[in-house]
Ligand binder design. Structure first.
Ligand code: HEM
Ligand code: HEM
Length: 172
């Protein structure tokens, strides 16, 4: 399967990046919710490392489409309105991911606690820092967009049966 996308199928590169980052983001949303109080020191190093990786992969994914690749054409049978809504949600997802990474980096930078996060030691109260408010709020927006997106993908798959999820699959 080619790395680049065709008119009706995502390429192996964007498909791999989609599934890898989708899984990592679901993991980050869950780990963010459960890392409270006594858990924080144990979970935060993984949260930060995974979050930074998602940031790098997302920048690469955006650059990939800007420089090397084109998005497939809209799947057959969708209205102009539906296509516009999908585009809007996809751009919203990309934007929300980048804001999450930037605000996360902002918290680490402002707290000056990178050493404590990875090397052990008392952690500051991140919730007092201004980027925490952005991080918490945008994480809820990201969750809503992701649920809407997954719902739409499942609706295409099971109700419309237009093979949409296969466009993001790996085929020989
Ligand atoms: C897509 C990427 C990310 C997602 C989805 C995500 C998700 C979350 C969520 C849901 C929370 C809990 C917010 C709340 O309690 O209201 C959280 C907290 C936090 N995240 Fe992230 N995060 C991401 C990236 C990052 C990055 C890159 C960093 C650091 C460089 C980071 C550092 C933190 C910190 C320091 C907290 C606060 C922990 C606390 O004291 O409660 N996050 N994150
Ligand atoms: C079970 C979970 C998921 C399924 C089944 C799924 C399915 C899909 C499918 C089929 C497409 C291509 C739509 C088309 O052909 O036009 C797509 C695109 C996309 N998905 Fe997902 N997705 C899932 C989870 C996620 C998550 C968690 C995120 C991010 C938080 C995400 C972000 C995106 C983005 C940004 C695109 C647009 C790709 C582009 O054209 O640049 N997806 N997804």
């Amino acid at each position: 399967m080619p790395l680049k996308s065709s008119v009706d199928h995502y390429g192996a590169m964007p498909a791999a990046l989609h599934w890898l980052t989708a899984l990592a983001i679901l993991f980050l949303l869950v780990s963010g919710q459960i890392m409270d109080g006594p858990n924080l020191g144990a979970i935060l190093p993984m949260h930060v490392a995974l979050g930074l990786s998602v940031g790098a992969l997302t920048l690469f994914r955006i650059a990939w489409f800007v420089v090397f690749d084109r998005h497939p054409k809209p799947v057959a049978g969708v209205s102009g309105m539906q296509h516009l809504l999908a585009r809007f949600v996809h751009i919203g997802l990309y934007a929300a991911i980048l804001v999450m990474v930037a605000s996360g980096m902002g918290m680490v930078a402002l707290s000056g606690a990178a050493q404590q996060i990875f090397g052990g030691g008392a952690l500051p109260d991140f919730t007092l820092l201004p980027p925490f408010g952005v991080h918490g709020l945008v994480s809820k927006l990201l969750l809503v967009l992701a649920l809407f997106h997954i719902g739409a993908a499942l609706w295409h798959h099971f109700v419309v049966r237009d093979g949409l999820i296969g466009r993001m699959g790996f085929r020989g």
